[in-house]
Design a binder for this molecule. Structure first.
Ligand code: ADP
Ligand code: MG
Length: 374
């Protein structure tokens, strides 16, 4: 269904997925006066505390998704892996501005990377592989090091195998018989950046500043915005190619690699709010969550600007173990805790955002206070 009119509060926004992204979307929607209904399988989903109606149900429970849609004026999702058949049904019967086809393409790394390549954007060499032999043939063409990734369901580096040499390939027990995989060239990274953009239902596009991302163990560790490298225009041009090839309504983020030669490559696309744009809550005139709510409700989008430079640090379970309540000792840290009860070392439990006029000085302070290094 297509919505040609603007949707004003107190309309109900139904959100599929009640993790931290769902929670922050709900907070933004509620600030504007919308009502929010959330569906999530977890009893203590972060967004449960920030919605008017909570449906605890599995993402594969079509009846529950229909119930959510029936009580909502529009349906949006922060969760990417909704079943294709169910999502297509929802899109045909309800107003789901993000649609089905883009997210379905992006659910699978093979179709995602094919779509990026077909759009003309630059991407590292990759191939779909179903055996060790396939990876070896790829290595004959492109040489080691390589990285093998599950085609579906991976996030925060889950389901990834670094293959430095043929010996690594022999040693790794990659379950080719159970899953689909891709292999790609492992890049000697100079830096990683991401660009978050939003497209409204009316076709307006706005871009957030270029974000510079540091990962540790393949999980986002820190974002600095604006990025301290001059790739904004080039990244925008790459995003534009992708947008011309795929339909986006709402907020989305394109992740990039920059190699040691200075080449920019698209890594992947997230058709939803993204961890690397959390700093926008404090640092910009509108947050990525505001941009998403405005987009899907067919409201006009303002030009984005950033008030002050920002650093965002993720708070994993292990960071909380280390910092404890000291987290609140640093008044310049804007603390976000998502309210997850089950703390695990590598689980994203929250984040902090720091606004500053001196990124270098702040990084030195963070080494001492956040990492506890002298
Ligand atoms: P996820 O879906 O888990 O975010 P990504 O493909 O973005 O998967 O990989 C997570 C991180 O792992 C990247 O941000 C990057 O730091 C590292 N990584 C992934 N692929 C490569 C690659 N081909 N070369 C170098 N580093 C990589
Ligand atoms: Mg990624």
């Amino acid at each position: 269904m297509i919505l040609s009119k603007r949707l004003y509060p107190p309309a109900v926004i139904g959100i599929i997925g009640g993790g931290q992204l769902g929670k922050m979307l709900a907070q933004s929607a509620q600030r504007m006066g919308y009502k929010v209904a959330v569906l999530d399988p977890s009893e203590d989903a972060p967004a449960r505390s920030t919605c008017h109606t909570f449906i605890q149900a599995d993402f594969s429970d079509e009846e529950a998704l229909v119930k959510l849609s029936d009580m909502s004026d529009i349906v949006t999702y922060e969760f990417e892996n909704i079943d294709a058949h169910i999502l297509r049904n929802l899109v045909s019967d309800y107003y789901v501005p993000q649609g089905a086809e883009t997210v379905l393409t992006l659910q699978n790394r093979t179709s995602e990377k094919n779509a990026i390549r077909d759009s003309g954007a630059s991407i590292v060499p990759f191939e779909n592989v179903s055996s060790r032999g396939d990876v070896e043939s790829f290595a004959d063409k492109y040489s080691y090091p390589l990285i093998v990734k599950t085609a579906t369901g991976g996030y925060d580096g889950k389901g990834q195998y670094y293959i430095g040499s043929k010996e690594d390939l022999t040693a790794e027990n990659i379950p080719f018989e159970d899953r689909e995989f891709i292999v790609e060239k492992y890049i000697d990274l100079e830096r990683e950046v991401s660009l978050t953009a939003a497209r409204s239902a009316g076709g307006e596009i706005v871009y957030f500043p270029l974000q510079e991302n540091l990962h540790r163990d393949q999980i986002l560790y820190r974002t600095i915005a604006p990025a301290r490298v001059a790739y904004f225009e080039q990244a925008k041009a790459e995003v534009k190619k992708i947008m011309d090839a795929m339909l986006f309504v709402g907020v989305f983020t394109v992740e990039f690699f920059i190699d040691k030669e200075g080449e920019l490559y698209v890594n992947e696309i997230a058709p939803r709010p993204h961890n690397s744009a959390h700093y926008t809550i404090e640092a910009c005139n509108i947050s990525q969550f505001d941009a998403h709510i405005l987009s899907v409700t067919n409201q006009p989008l303002p030009e984005v600007y950033q008030h002050q430079d920002a650093i965002m640090m993720n708070l994993l379970g292990e960071d909380l173990d280390r910092l404890g309540l000291e987290l609140f000792d640093y008044s310049e840290w804007n603390v976000h805790l998502y309210g997850k009860s089950d703390r695990k070392p590598a689980r994203k439990m929250g984040h902090v955002t720091i606004l500053t006029d001196d990124i270098d000085m702040e990084l030195i302070k963070l080494k001492k206070n956040f990492e506890k290094e002298s």
